[in-house]
Design a protein around this ligand. Structure first.
Ligand SMILES: *Cc1c(COP(=O)(O)O)cnc(C)c1O
Length: 373
């Protein structure tokens, strides 16, 4: 259905053909074992045991796969999907290139676990410059990167990776498949957290891997089945239900981010504003051509931890929470998690509140927070 608009695609993604008397989205199937045909055994039906087989999960995978333009396997969380891909592909002696400014737990996993099993780990800033990819097995980029929001030209990097015989993986969490389709830009595989804007209700954890390579999908499926990193049936169903409104949610989040960015850009008491949709942003030239829409997430600096706390405390519509992409506007001071950002660095995730209300609230909260110190 790729010729249809985003809203249409989201509403219909992964749904079975209409059947009288049946729901639009079938309810979650809860099962550990399923009945087997006594003569044919597992060959006789699509479902034998819950770890490899679940029809609710398969419908969600069909939906996300349609949106990404590849085959999809969902995982219990974004981390389960990303570490699953890394451990499926990488072997001792291999070299992997990771974003120096990307999702912190992925970097921690690389230095704690991958290096310990003999994988060589190189960190490169998302915005580059990228070294020679000769001898590199896998390049994983995050674009826009979380939390700094730099971007990388996926098509250009895909050309270089292909020429060097490296696989290119793109973490599509911040953009979502409506924001960009890395597989169409030439990436070999997409990984993402579905916990964020993809599902958007701050009520579940989910991850996925998507690819057009049958070989890669088979290897990832085998990894998931043997490690058991599957989401539960209810979370899979809830995620699928939430996908239907993604176009609407992202539309409002992005419009809110644009208005908040305009407000913050005009305030001398806010520094380091980043939002890839602003023409003045260093990420804009690549983001505006590669991305189909801009994320609802922006980042900036309020100078110190105390001023961030005063700002969030004064705001009525901005709550302190990590994660992003949800219906409610949230602010996260990343340094409190041991991230390597400065003490006053804030990642702000715009929710779906009315734009005028949000802008007025943030302006008033900044006024109330006063100057640094
Ligand atoms: C949140 C996030 C992850 C991890 O996802 P979980 O669902 O929390 O495990 C990975 N990559 C990025 C860019 C993220 O923002």
């Amino acid at each position: 259905m790729s010729e249809l608009g985003d809203g249409t695609r989201c509403v219909h993604a992964g749904l079975p053909e209409p059947a009288p008397g049946q729901p639009f989205l079938p309810g979650p199937v809860f099962a550990a074992p399923y009945h087997l045909d006594p003569w044919q055994g597992p060959e006789g039906a699509p479902n034998g045991y819950g770890r490899p087989d679940n029809p609710t999960r398969r419908l969600l995978e069909a939906a996300v796969g349609e949106l990404e333009g590849g085959d999809c396997r969902v995982f219990a969380s974004g981390q389960a999907a990303i570490t699953g891909l890394l451990l499926t592909v990488l072997r001792p002696g291999d070299t992997v290139l990771l974003p120096a400014d990307g999702y912190f737990p992925v970097r921690a996993f690389a230095t704690d676990t991958l290096e310990a099993v003999g994988v060589r780990v190189l960190f490169v800033p998302t915005a580059g410059p990228y070294p020679s990819l000769d001898g590199v097995r896998l390049v994983l980029v995050e674009t826009p990167a979380n939390p700094g929001l730099d971007v990388v030209d996926v098509a250009a990097l895909a050309d270089r990776a292909r020429a060097a015989g490296a696989l290119l993986a793109v973490d599509n969490t911040t953009a979502t498949p409506l924001g960009q389709r890395p597989l169409e830009l030439g990436a070999d595989v997409v990984v993402a957290s579905g916990t964020k804007a993809l599902t958007g209700h701050s009520d579940l954890l989910l991850g996925y891997v998507a690819s057009r390579s049958t070989e890669l999908i088979e290897a990832v499926t085998k990894w998931r089945t043997t490690t058991g990193a599957i989401p539960g049936a209810f979370d899979a169903w809830l995620a699928h239900r939430s996908l239907a409104t993604m176009d609407l949610r992202l539309g409002r989040q992005s419009a809110n981010a644009e208005a908040v960015a305009a407000l913050l850009a005009g305030r001398p008491d806010v520094t380091g504003l980043r939002w890839p949709g602003r023409p003045e942003d260093p990420a804009y030239p690549v983001a505006s051509t590669q991305m189909r829409r801009m994320p609802g997430v922006l980042s900036f600096d309020l100078g110190d931890a105390d001023r961030v706390a005063r700002f969030v405390d004064a705001a009525r519509l901005v709550v302190a929470a990590t994660s992003f992409g949800g219906l409610h506007t949230t602010a996260d001071r990343r340094a409190q998690w041991g991230d390597d950002t400065s003490a006053g660095f804030v990642r702000l995730s715009c929710g779906v509140e009315d734009t005028a209300d949000l802008v007025a609230d943030i302006a008033a909260a900044l006024d109330a927070a006063g100057p640094t110190g």
